[in-house]
Design a binder for this molecule. Structure first.
Ligand SMILES: [Mg+2]
Length: 309
């Protein structure tokens, strides 16, 4: 099936000026402009962990797989260039599944000018596995790193958090345009995307910046889905718990000087809300203020893949 399948994939996607040679040779050739950094990220998604093939339309799975990688380019404030798609398909119904996956990627690839410049297709008697490697370029504004945070920076987030399992984890829009716009207009110090959970990912930014965050828990933007999930599972987690610890929101965290944050919050330039949720402090870890004004530690909560020793 492979020759004909590669032809079909080639017919579905436009290449762009950065792709000197796309699918059809043993490897792709990219011609990237020399001025900027090349940003490379790879993600693997698996049936049963990241989606359920027998319950979800293949288009949504394809969209998610590409969106996850584009979100990591957004996290670095990089402009997407190309993506490489490797599929391990279940033998039964594999071709139809593959076509659905690519159909889900196509609109997203077109929106962000991403060429599907190559990949690999295998099949086996196991579940669907998708690996996407995305290539981007930093802009004149430079990359956004986790390590750039400074004491006193305001910590801002895009969008709302929690309950993504109800839908958003499949249908989210990667914050590519938002990251590029924020990086060009404001003096951002640090940033990342939230894939595993707001507090877990924020703790990673803090770790790289060797700082902590004093959170304002009342300011956390909680999604309606977090409330819905809390209602569905009473006596377990509150909507705030979901917002702080659920994975796959794919929003952005950025830190910047308080004066810049004030300007950004007044502008609200994105069409989706940007909210200040805290301040970077010298004491490492995550903190919130008690009613008596004392700091209490907040646990970093989120999704982590378990690996047995
Ligand atoms: Mg990330």
């Amino acid at each position: 099936m492979e020759n004909e399948f590669v032809c079909w994939v080639r017919s579905q996607f436009a290449q762009n000026e950065s792709v000197e040679r796309g699918p059809g040779d043993d490897a792709a050739i990219l011609r990237l402009s020399g001025q900027q950094g090349t940003v490379v990220t790879t993600d693997t998604l698996m049936d049963g962990v990241d989606f359920l093939v027998d319950q979800v339309d293949a288009c949504r799975i394809g969209h998610k797989a590409l969106a996850v990688s584009l979100s990591d380019l957004a996290a670095m404030a990089a402009r997407p260039v190309a993506a490489f798609v490797s599929l391990v398909l279940p033998r039964r119904g594999g071709r139809q599944l593959a076509e659905g996956l690519y159909a889900g990627m196509a609109p997203l690839a077109e929106r962000y000018g991403v060429a599907i410049a190559g990949g690999d297709t295998n099949s086996w008697d196991g579940p669907l596995v998708i690996t996407i490697t995305a290539i981007g370029q930093t802009t004149a504004d430079g990359p956004l790193l986790r390590s750039g945070g400074q004491v006193g920076d305001a910590v801002l987030v895009t969008g709302h958090f929690g309950g993504s399992i109800l839908n958003k984890h499949l249908d989210f829009e990667p914050r590519v345009a938002e990251a590029l716009l924020l990086n060009s207009r404001y003096d951002l110090h640090a940033g990342m995307d939230v894939s595993d959970g707001l507090t877990l990912d924020l703790s990673r930014l803090c770790q790289e910046s060797q700082l902590g965050t004093l959170l304002n828990l009342e300011a956390i933007p909680i999604s309606d889905a977090a409330g819905e999930l809390a209602r569905q599972q009473p006596n377990s987690k509150t909507p705030l718990d979901h917002a702080l610890g659920d994975g796959e929101d794919f929003e952005l965290i950025v830190t910047l000087p308080a004066s810049e944050a004030k300007r950004l919050l007044a502008d609200q330039p994105l069409g989706i809300p940007v909210t200040r949720i805290g301040t970077l402090v010298a004491e490492q870890g995550l903190w919130a203020l008690n009613a008596d004004g004392k700091r209490k530690p907040i646990a970093a909560d989120g999704y982590q893949h378990e690996i047995d020793p």
